[in-house]
Design a binder for this molecule. Structure first.
Ligand SMILES: [Zn+2]
Length: 270
């Protein structure tokens, strides 16, 4: 069967990057069953021929009007689909959608009729916010990194920037490669509008990675690999913290002076 990715190397590369990341999420144990979501704005790779293709679904309501998504196209994981399956077959476990002119509906333009994740409205709301702000970020990731989720079961790490400071202090690369730290959103019902709004508010407070208490992370970046990398370095730092605790001591952490020196040397935002 001819795929809409055929003869579109840039679009194919972006979708294959999603598949690669989905494989990592599974290997890391962060994507049990159908856990996690990925949505990537692929508008830059959509040509005129693709724009003129008829959709394979009727228009479906997003549930809200997102004015900055006019003319936008997204790759998104399918509802009830597994990351480990998406890793092998991204077009069988995800779909490409376009936002209709009223900015309140989407249509599927893909190889197979794969309905997008139920989390689509919240992911699209974040993309709408990013575009409104003029952000270059085009990818959003939700996943369940074990050690980071474990941290949120203690009130100690839910105070603003308490976890950020500890994680940054475990190994210099954490601050260098996740320079805005870890925003915290208190527990809210999964998939709720309330959670989507709190996530956007927290990203707006200058975070790229937001922790949902006792649930998982939501990360945004220029592409899906970079969003994954930010979560990966944070979770690595959490693992180092736990390894120290398992050796029977509280890790010292880098000093405030060492962290300031790092920010200066790398020109970091915080
Ligand atoms: Zn989740």
């Amino acid at each position: 069967m001819k795929s809409i990715l055929t003869d579109r190397p840039a679009l194919r590369a972006d979708v294959e990057k999603v598949a690669e990341v989905a494989g990592y999420l599974w290997q890391k144990g962060w994507a049990e069953r159908n856990g996690g979501n990925i949505t990537v704005n692929v508008t830059a790779w959509i040509d005129e021929e693709l724009r003129s293709l008829p959709p394979i679904s009727g228009p479906k309501p997003i549930g809200q009007k997102l004015p900055h998504l006019a003319g936008c196209w997204f790759y998104c994981k399918g509802t009830q689909k597994r990351m480990r399956d998406l890793a092998r077959d991204p077009m069988g476990n995800g779909s490409i959608i376009r936002i209709t002119d009223d900015c309140a509906h989407y249509e599927i333009v893909a190889d197979q009729l794969v309905a997008p994740t139920s989390e689509l409205p919240s992911h699209l709301a974040v993309h709408d916010y990013l575009l409104a702000k003029g952000s270059p970020y085009r990818a959003s990731l939700h996943t369940h990194p074990i050690e980071l989720v474990a941290l949120t079961h203690s009130k100690k790490w839910l105070a603003k920037d308490a976890a950020t400071k500890m994680l940054w202090s475990m190994i210099p690369e954490t601050k260098a490669f996740c320079p805005r730290g870890l925003g915290i959103v208190p527990y809210m019902m999964p998939s709720s509008q309330e959670l989507a709004e709190a996530t956007i508010r927290t990203i707006n407070q200058d975070y790229d990675v937001v922790m949902w208490e006792k649930h998982g992370v939501f990360a945004v970046d220029t592409d899906i690999m970079s969003a994954f990398d930010q979560v990966d370095v944070l979770n690595k730092a959490a693992q180092i913290y736990i390894a120290s605790r398992n050796m029977g001591f509280e890790p010292e952490g880098m000093t405030d002076a060492q962290m300031r020196q790092l920010s200066k040397a790398f020109g970091l935002p915080k």
